[in-house]
Design a protein around this ligand. Sequence first.
Ligand code: PHE
Length: 442
Amino acid sequence: MNKEREHWGSRWGFILAAMGSAVGLGNIWRFSYAMGEGGGSTFLIIYLLSVILIGFPVMMIEFTIGRRAQTDAIDAFKKLAPKSFWVIAGGMGVLAAFIILSFYGVIGGWSLKYIFSYLTGGVSGNTETYFTEFVGSTFEPIGWQFLFMGITVAIVMLGVQKGIETSSKWMMPILSILLIVLAGYSLTLGGAGEALTFMFHPDWSAFTDPSVYFAAVGQAFFTLSLGMGIMLTYGSYLSPNEKLTSSAAYIIILDTLFAIIAGLVVFPALFAFDLDPTQGAGLVFIVLPTIFEGISGIGLVVGVAFFILLALAALSSGISLLEVVVAYLIRRLGVSRKLATLGIGFIIFLVGVPSSLSQGAVSIEVFGDPFLDFMDKFSGSLLLPLGGLIVAIYGTWSWKSDELLEHTDLKGVAWAPAFLFFAKFVAPIAILIILVFGMLSW
Ligand code: PHE
């Protein structure tokens, strides 16, 4: 069954592919909407702590399991820990990928729609009304979602990994430059003071609210593509002599910078135009067009450029999500890549339809949230941290400490004991507590 296993062409090929999966709608769309709802600075602090104290160890362990097992997420656990309960982590990962992609396709579709709008004259009238009318119009968003899923399916079907790798090389730098320029501009709009207070001035009383922890930890897992075996799979294409620590650090730093700069684009403008930070999933699609409208002369061009880059970032993440499900199906059912991709791509599209409808066309709510927001929280805040918890426990408790350090390339490194302490105790316990309290507060 095992063909010659593929490996990354170079260490940077690996880092870029992992960054391509990590940087996506999560950094711009989800980060700003979760932070807006989570009260700003409190959310940001807990999110940053989660990224460093939980995200880093979990990412290292995922890479290590993959590199050691040299196979996909479910098979890796079967191989390293036969007939054990750990396989469940792989299964949950596939489920999470399925659910995330179902609504990810909806938002990806919105980005395509906005590219089209800017190409054909811009977002007209009040940006909030424009957005609400668009998502409320039953069929149009579903059509765009279908298109986004179609493109994702086509790429995964062709398996053009080279295409994705090369495009990431160009896309990431351009997207970062555009974001930095936009942040600079947004900070001049008059809302900078309020935005900086909202983002960076901690409101200590908000730290007692468990739902902020739940949201922030969920965001850390979501944005780093952790807890569902993607980083594990990417690690499996590594040859044993690659250094993991600096790779993980690069991925985490870049991903975090993207999110913070996106925040510096969204929030100053939001306060300058007196918009509401807690309006949920539509936030970016309302605030950014408002900014573009104000840029006289080149607003349309900036709008097109921005949404093209957003859509591309979404695609490179969407592809990694679909690939997890497809890889599993091909091995499990023995079907062809083409059939698996088309079939599951279509099913995921169908599962995403209620998410799309829930944004205005039809009232579909679960626990008081629109269906899309619910699916997002359920997968991000629950499934991914749970997957990460299992990975962390497996990696740190079933292997001897010495073995773990050797596999993470940390043997003999000065801060190895700190890593062990965080990986073994802090990360799992923190995830567990946050999951329990988060569920209760939900
Ligand atoms: N990390 C991606 C983003 O930020 C989304 C994603 C989540 C991709 C989980 C793969 C796995 O948009």
